[in-house]
Design a protein around this ligand. Structure first.
Ligand code: ADP
Ligand code: DP6
Ligand code: CO
Length: 328
C-alpha cells in the first residue's frame, strides 16, 4: 500500500521532569527499563512536530529548529519512522519538521517531548489511530522518557516486562495540586554524554546498579503515597534523594563521569540554604547540568526572584503542570 488519504499531521508534546528517575535499560532494543519511573509533565517546555509521508522522496528528511539534521540524530528519527511504517504497512519516506521550545540535548528532556510529538504526528500521518496506551508504547521506542509525555500532570511509567506492557499512565490519586518547577539553566548547549550513553555506562559498570533497582522501587512507592496524600515535604524530599541516588551511578561508573558543573553545585547549596531559612524547596537534576527546583505556588515568586538575582532572568523559567500530547 503506497497511498494515504491524509498523509500529514502536526502534534505538540511537552517535556516532563522525572521525580523518580528512569536510568537504565534491561532491553536496549525495545527500551524496556530496569525500573518504573514517575514524572510531572511541564507546561512551558515543549516540541511541535509535523510529519508528512511523501511518495516523491526516497529518503527521510528531518529538520529541527529549521536545520536539516544528519548523522546519529537523523538515524534515530529514521529508525523510529521505520517502526511506524512497519506498523502501518507503508513504505513512504517522510518529511519531518520539528521545533523545540526547550534547549536540545541539555538535560531538559528534549528527547521526551520530541519523541512523544513524533509518535503522535507520524502515526496519524501514516493512517494509524492509536490509543493513548499504544502511543505511549510507541513513543517509548524513540526515547524512554517520551512514553510519559503522552500524558499530562503526574505520570508513572510502569516498567513492564515486554513491549506490550511497558508504558505510562497518569496517576489516579493526586492530592498535590500546586507544585511548580523552577528550571535553572546553567548551560543550554548539548551535553557531552547523552542520556543513552550515560545510563548504559552506569548499568554496565556501576557496582551500585543492583542496589539502585531495589531503592528506586521503594522511592516510587513512597512518592506515590506522598502525592496521593498531598504531602509536599515528603514529595520533595523523596524527589531530591532519588535524583542524588541516580547521579551516584554516574560517579561510580567506570570511567566515572558527572553531569554537574560548578553552577549546578552552587544552586544545590542555595536550595539547601533557602530550606534551612524556612523557605521550602527541593532540587532535582536530570542528565545535564541544569537544575529544577520543586516549589509550591505560594513560594514560587520569592524563590524565582532569588535565583534571578544570581543567574539573570533568562536562565530562570517557572513551570507548572502541563498537558499531554495533542494535535495542532
Ligand atoms: P535531553 O536531555 O534533551 O532529553 P537526550 O540525550 O536524552 O537529551 O536526547 C537528545 C537527543 O534527542 C538529540 O541529540 C536528538 O537526537 C533527539 N532530539 C531532540 N529534539 C529532537 C526533535 N525535536 N526531533 C527529533 N529528535 C530530537
Ligand atoms: C535522567 O529517556 O532521554 O532524564 O531512553 O535513551 O532516550 P533514552 O533516554 P532518556 O533518559 C532520561 C533520563 C533522565 C531520567 C528520566 O527522565 O526518567
Ligand atoms: Co532525554
Amino acid at each position: 500500500m503506497t497511498t494515504l488519504s491524509n498523509n500529514s499531521a502536526k502534534a505538540q508534546a511537552h517535556t516532563n521532569i522525572a521525580l523518580i528517575k528512569y536510568w537504565g535499560k534491561k532491553d536496549e532494543q525495545l527500551i524496556i527499563p530496569y525500573t518504573s519511573s514517575l514524572s510531572l509533565t511541564l507546561d512551558r517546555f515543549y516540541t511541535q512536530t509535523t510529519v508528512r509521508f511523501n511518495s516523491d522522496n526516497d529518503r527521510d528528511s528531518v529538520q529541527i529548529n529549521g536545520q536539516f539534521i544528519s548523522g546519529k540524530a537523523w538515524q534515530r528519527v529514521h529508525d523510529f519512522l521505520t517502526i511506524v511504517r512497519d506498523l502501518a504497512g507503508i513504505h513512504l519516506a517522510a518529511e519531518v519538521s520539528s521545533t523545540n521550545f526547550v534547549p536540545t540535548a541539555a538535560g531538559l528532556a528534549s528527547s521526551a517531548s520530541a519523541f512523544a510529538a513524533l509518535a503522535a504526528a507520524a502515526s496519524k500521518a501514516a493512517g494509524l489511530k492509536l490509543s493513548k496506551t499504544d502511543l505511549s508504547r510507541l513513543a517509548r521506542r524513540g526515547s524512554g522518557s517520551a512514553c510519559r509525555s503522552i500524558f499530562g500532570g503526574f505520570v508513572e511509567w510502569q516498567r513492564g516486562t515486554s513491549d506490550a506492557d511497558s508504558y505510562a499512565q497518569p496517576l489516579s490519586q493526586v492530592g498535590l495540586n500546586d507544585v511548580k518547577v523552577i528550571a535553572l539553566t546553567t548551560e543550554s548547549g548539548p551535553k557531552p554524554i547523552s542520556s543513552r550513553q550515560g545510563m548504559n555506562r552506569s548499568v554496565a559498570t556501576s557496582p551500585y546498579y543492583p542496589t539502585w533497582i531495589k531503592v528506586a522501587q521503594h522511592d516510587l512507592i513512597d512518592i506515590k503515597v506522598a502525592i496521593a496524600a498531598g504531602d509536599f515535604t515528603k514529595f520533595g524530599s523523596i524527589s531530591e534523594l532519588n535524583a542524588m541516588r541516580m547521579h551516584a551511578l554516574t560517579l561510580s561508573a567506570d570511567p566515572d563521569f558527572t553531569y554537574f558543573n560548578s553552577e549546578t553545585l552552587a544552586i544545590m547549596n542555595e536550595v539547601k540554604r533557602l530550606r534551612h531559612a524556612g523557605i521550602e524547596c527541593y532540587y532535582t537534576i536530570d542528565a545535564g547540568p541544569n537544575v529544577k527546583v520543586i516549589v509550591q505556588s505560594a513560594n514560587a515568586t520569592k524563590i524565582a526572584d532569588t535565583f534571578t538575582k544570581l543567574l539573570g532572568q533568562n536562565r530562570v523559567t517557572t513551570l507548572s503542570a502541563g498537558p499531554g500530547v495533542h494535535y495542532l
